[in-house]
Design a protein around this ligand. Structure first.
Ligand SMILES: [Zn+2]
Ligand SMILES: [Zn+2]
Length: 345
């Protein structure tokens, strides 16, 4: 595919899409029904349908029986861990293999002209972004994901919580299933803002931001405290009428879904002249500029909070002005502290 038809590449080899990013129209005002209708297919396809399909296969074929789940035992816990790990190895691994190891589409549609493997850095274990990310993904990410899943399945099997079945409450479960991706984004925004508070950023979230030029393995490359916060949104299933299938869907949206923002390419080419849109640009800009796009843009929270970056020069200017104002505020605070403390002057 010719990526120049869709965007432009600068002298450093960084590619950006021509079309400005748009926030999801569901809660964006002035509200437009036709915008919502046009946007709806992209809400389901391809990602959320894929995550629901994986959740359904997991639930029907790869989750132990209710009787087994009633008693915690290392056998089934290990099984859940291994099936989740296998999924991530296949999903993230195949994208990494195709785009970053075999480089099947070269730099076409790649936001950052460089490949992380060419730039070893001391911030990573073994100086490798990929190795560091793999250790964090499988060392703490998958165990913590599995811990949430095991706890929720055990609670369901033992009747702890307002669990229901599709036969009894079809509309409530359908509604919950429909809003789960939106709820996940809202929850992610809240915990993400929290871990950008300087002290938490330094000790926790800076691990994830070490990947300035993310690749699929960067997706779950987080500090264990961030992993704990990241999946804590699934505890909502202990508060609202829910079903284990929706728990698995929610875990897929967060676990497998983390890859969406970290693919690093705007399209994954699937054939001659055909490519799948990744929706990765908003989160790529977060990795590039740190203090923009805390959510992914499906909900217009960043727009409301003045932190939305749509990839345009105007947004660049807005962001730089905001950073200058923040710097002036911080400098002003330091100056006034010096004035009120003559000893330190
Ligand atoms: Zn990220
Ligand atoms: Zn961040």
């Amino acid at each position: 595919m010719d990526d120049q038809k869709f965007g432009t590449r600068d002298k450093r080899g960084n590619w950006k899409p021509d079309a400005p990013l748009q926030v999801g129209p569901l809660l964006d005002f002035p509200w437009s029904a036709s915008r919502v209708l046009k946007w709806l297919p992209s809400y389901f396809l391809p990602w959320n349908m894929l995550f629901m399909a994986i959740a359904a296969v997991f639930w029907v074929f790869l989750t132990p029986s209710r009787e087994t789940l009633q008693t915690l035992s290392s056998g089934w816990v290990a099984w859940v861990f291994l099936r989740n790990s296998a999924l991530i190895l296949i999903l993230y691994g195949s994208l990494e293999m195709r785009l970053y190891l075999r480089r099947r589409q070269g730099s076409r549609f790649k936001y950052n002209g460089k490949f992380p493997a060419e730039h070893p850095s001391d911030v990573f274990m073994f100086r490798s972004q990929a190795v560091d990310s793999l250790i964090r993904t499988f060392g703490t990410g998958l165990p913590i994901w599995t811990a949430y899943e095991v706890g929720l399945l055990w609670a369901w099997a033992n009747g702890h919580g307002p669990w229901t079945i599709f036969g009894d409450n079809p509309w409530a479960l359908l509604a919950l299933g429909l809003v789960l991706p939106l709820f996940h984004e809202l929850h992610f925004y809240c915990i993400h803002r929290l871990i950008h508070v300087p002290v938490l950023y330094k000790w926790v979230h800076s691990v994830h931001h070490n990947s300035i030029n993310p690749s699929p393995w960067s997706s779950l490359s987080m500090h264990p405290v961030e992993h704990l916060l990241y999946w804590s949104g699934t505890l909502i299933h202990l508060l609202l009428p829910s079903h284990p299938l929706l728990v698995l869907y929610h875990l897929q949206i967060s676990g497998a879904g983390a890859v969406i923002g970290h693919i690093g390419f705007d399209k994954v080419e699937t054939g001659k002249g055909i490519g799948v849109d990744t929706h990765a640009y908003a989160h790529y800009l977060h990795h590039k500029y740190f203090e923009v796009n805390y959510a992914d843009g499906m909900l217009p929270i960043d727009k409301w909070m003045g932190t939305w970056h749509d990839g345009t020069k105007a947004a660049d200017k807005q962001m730089k002005d905001r950073f200058s104002r923040k710097k002036a505020r911080v400098n002003g605070r330091v100056e006034s502290r010096k004035l009120s403390d003559p000893v330190r002057k």
